[in-house]
Design a protein around this ligand. Structure first.
Ligand SMILES: [Zn+2]
Length: 393
């Protein structure tokens, strides 16, 4: 690389890295002044000030009305934008779609939550999303910075194309990120739904290492290792749901038979109870009858325990978050599952992986996904460990 080239590149890159450092400092430690950011990051106050101007202009951070008093020059507190800018999180699932607004601070505005049955064609799906998003995009004095779209199945490594989903085919081989960007005019990123849950639960638990088991429809597994997603960042497929565990078992949406997701999920429970009552029940309807069909419930729990054992033996994360409907219906089943899963774990891991129920939704994870994208777009992190270490002190 010529000196002329690098001398031009360096100030620009350093500027972007400083902008990222400003955002990461506010994300890690909450509202603070320009002087505090300079102290925390070790970057000169002048450089911080000009980076702050850029990031305020981008809408990611804002000045609050609170004045800082004390030694030195008075200044205003900065924070991740709460009101004047927003992002939209959308989750598309086989039965329902959910849309929610969030601030740059990552807080979902639960009063704006919208849920609607998933349209049966791709064109209708886009139209329905646009219909609900339009009033949000037109809110006065509020900029929409982007949209995160949580999808089941496999998303190609560029994050542009939804490749294949065994239980949901409306988005197969489509480019919903591109198409929504065209229709709505704002940045859109696709987030695989297990990754979305990882990101949302990471914020709740404040940890960088966890696994997700999503047993709601298919059986999805997600993992976060040192803050990096096994799927998006490391590129592992994580298709545990399509490991065959039952010889001559049920036909699976993937084309094979006896896959773990045909026996370890809410959908599996609905199928079993439907067979008993001889009519087709949704998962919700079947779960209303959970106490009347203990054998079917135990069958599903046994296979879910196998899934927990497999995730433990493969990754041994300190925390496994379970997302689905059966366990929240009867919270006492978590102890049963923990007990059965222990028998499937290798002895050294038995006490290591705590099981908890998810407290977030995929739409909230989509908000976390678009925010991560917007922050990454600013520039690379300077020294994340330094900021994190200071933030903890
Ligand atoms: Zn399968």
């Amino acid at each position: 690389m010529s000196d002329e080239f690098t001398s031009h590149l360096r100030p620009q890159l350093l500027g972007r890295m400083t902008q990222r450092a400003v955002v990461e400092a506010l994300k890690a430690k909450g509202p603070m002044s320009r002087a505090d950011i300079a102290r925390l990051t070790g970057i000169s106050p002048t450089t911080v000030s000009s980076a702050v101007t850029q990031v305020v202009r981008a809408g990611l951070i804002e000045e609050t009305d609170a004045e800082i008093t004390g030694p030195g020059r008075p200044g205003k507190l900065l924070r991740l934008t709460a009101d004047s800018a927003q992002v939209i999180g959308i989750s598309v699932e086989p039965e329902y779609c959910e849309m929610i607004l969030g601030g740059v601070d990552g807080r979902p505005r639960t009063e704006s939550r919208v849920r609607f049955p998933t349209p049966n064609t791709y064109t209708r799906l886009l139209a329905e999303i646009e219909r609900h998003a339009r009033p949000w995009l037109d809110r006065p004095k509020t900029r929409t910075l982007g949209l995160g779209l949580s999808l089941p199945g496999i998303i190609d490594p560029t994050g542009e194309r939804s490749v294949f989903s065994p239980n949901f085919h409306q988005t197969d081989d489509q480019r919903p990120g591109h198409d929504l960007r065209e229709r709505l005019g704002c940045a859109t990123v696709l987030v695989q739904e297990s990754d979305a849950l990882c990101l949302a639960e990471q914020r709740v638990h404040g940890v960088d290492d966890l696994a997700i088991i999503d047993y709601a429809g298919g059986l999805g597994v997600g993992g976060l290792v040192g803050g990096r997603l096994l799927g998006r960042h490391i590129g592992l497929p994580r298709e545990l749901g399509h490991v065959a565990v039952v010889r001559d078992g049920e036909r699976c949406g993937c084309g094979s038979t006896g896959c773990l997701e045909t026996v370890a999920t809410d959908a599996a429970f609905a199928r079993l109870v439907s067979a008993r009552v001889q009519r087709s029940l949704t998962a919700e309807e079947a779960l209303d009858l959970i106490d009347e069909y203990p054998a079917e419930r135990d069958f599903v729990l046994d296979y879910l325990a196998i899934a927990v054992g497999a995730v433990t033996n493969l990754f041994a994360p300190p925390l496994i978050v379970l997302h689905g409907r059966m366990l929240p219906r009867r919270p006492s089943l978590l102890a049963v599952l923990t007990d059965r899963a222990a028998r499937r774990k290798l002895a050294p891991f038995r006490d290591r992986c705590r099981l908890v129920l998810a407290s977030t939704t995929k739409a909230e994870g989509a908000i976390a996904g678009i925010l991560d994208h917007l922050f990454e777009e600013l520039g690379p992190t300077l020294q994340p460990s330094v900021v994190a270490a200071h933030a903890q002190s």
